[in-house]
Design a protein around this ligand. Sequence first.
Ligand SMILES: [Zn+2]
Length: 129
Amino acid sequence: MFTVDLGEVRKPRSGATGSRQILPTQMVEPWHRHEDLAFAVQTRHSKYSDDRTGSTCETCGRWKWLPISEGDAPIVASAVVAESDLIASPETFGDGLKSFRHLLVRRPLGETLVAASPRNWHLVEVQIA
Ligand SMILES: [Zn+2]
């Protein structure tokens, strides 16, 4: 049994589908130190983006880091204390119209997701310090 929030999957016209989706718990405390994120972003993107590390969304004003992988920057342990087996980063990543959060999944749930749908899920080990 996993500790996750489930949402009902509904279609705009026909309504309930009978399927459920896992909803990540949105975290509030930053997962990464600013300088660690800036370093990881610049390491990955400096060839094409010079010193740019991200951009501010013109619609909501949210800062969006250039995309990096979950394992690219260390995660602050005190930031990921949660009951849920699936949590989403407060930091947003992406470029242009792309926008996403990082997800952390406890291993038993992660292995279950990969086993159920290996084309859609893969595990990335992260360092929590
Ligand atoms: Zn926005």
